[in-house]
Design a protein around this ligand. Structure first.
Ligand SMILES: Nc1nc2c(ncn2[C@@H]2O[C@H](COP(=O)(O)OP(=O)(O)OP(=O)(O)O)[C@@H](O)[C@H]2O)c(=O)[nH]1
Ligand SMILES: [Mg+2]
Length: 276
């Protein structure tokens, strides 16, 4: 075929998810002062931020779940407006995995609708209280109810993950500009960054037919390359993912990609938290 390469351009082991699962089950932050590694997901409306958290939850629970509430309505307003920390249950005794997720309201085109870049910077530094409802009109400031003045290591963001749909037509310039600003803010703080290219199933027929073609698809390789250069994130920090969306049961290949992205973000975050 003209659309797929003969061999994968990146190595990945399909169908054996046990090692990665065990690694995550055993994981503890190196920094003993850190209760958890905090992952902040950001990206345009509908990119799949909530779905990614749902997918991680599915994979770690070993069954389908619906806790992070991915929106199923098509709307120009983002579904995620509250700064909420998502924990993942571990076992049945009120334990949680030592990594947590936050997702930030979509970056929308134009002014005054998405989360302000200043508030994303606040979140990176741990100043945004859990449950805070972002105000698109004015950013949080010291003294506000939702503002944490002296954040702990656990309040801070340890890894920033940008999610973008492989199925999106073209990168919107104002969204791109906003993503760059956020990246720069994170870079100034030394926070490691990754990017997830979601919806890889919908973006390429060969991948839709068989997810194992994800690193053989010429189209997706180009998408990842374009994404890398427009965002300024190196190719080895870009991970393709197909979120659990229409499935009613777990699928080993879907899980493989989710675990591979999750493991990298936890490790990057852990390295950063260890230096704090
Ligand atoms: N086929 C497919 N559908 C996906 C994927 N990721 C997300 N979806 C679907 O895309 C829609 C939007 O996903 P969400 O997870 O709600 O997106 P979001 O980034 O949280 O969006 P906001 O909270 O509105 O900013 C949902 O209907 C998901 O089921 C994917 O990788 N593949
Ligand atoms: Mg969402």
């Amino acid at each position: 075929s003209f659309t797929v390469l003969r061999t994968s351009w990146r190595e990945i082991t399909w169908g054996d998810n046990k090692n990665a699962l065990q690694y995550l089950k055993n994981f503890r932050p190196q920094n003993e002062e850190a209760n958890h590694i905090r992952v902040l997901l950001y990206g345009p409306v509908g990119a799949g931020k909530s779905s990614f958290i749902n997918s991680v939850n599915n994979v770690l629970q070993g069954r389908m779940t619906n806790e992070a509430l991915a929106s199923n309505t098509t709307s120009d307003q983002s579904f995620t407006k509250i700064y909420q920390t998502y924990q993942i249950k571990k076992g049945s005794k009120g334990n949680f995995y030592p990594f947590v997720f936050n997702d930030i309201m979509g970056l929308e085109d134009g002014d005054g609708r998405g989360v302000r870049t200043d508030d994303i910077k606040n979140a990176l530094k741990g100043h945004v209280k859990d449950g805070y409802k972002f105000n698109p009109v004015s950013p949080l400031s010291d003294g506000d109810h939702g503002y944490t003045s002296s954040p702990s290591i656990s309040d801070r963001v340890h890894v920033l993950v940008c999610i973008y749909s492989a199925n999106a037509a073209q990168m919107n310039q104002s969204v791109l500009q906003k993503m760059r600003e956020i990246r720069e803010a994170a870079s100034e703080l030394g926070i490691p960054q990754l990017a997830i290219l979601s919806h890889v199933d919908e973006a390429c027929g060969e991948t839709e037919r068989d997810l194992k073609n994800v690193y053989k698809s010429k189209h997706l390789k180009k998408k990842m390359g374009d994404f890398s250069s427009s965002l300024g994130i190196p190719m080895n920090c870009i991970l393709p993912v197909k979120n659990y969306s229409h499935e009613i049961q777990l699928n080993s290949d879907v899980t493989t990609l989710i675990l591979s992205a999750l493991r990298l973000m936890i490790d990057f975050g852990d390295d950063y938290a260890d230096k704090l």
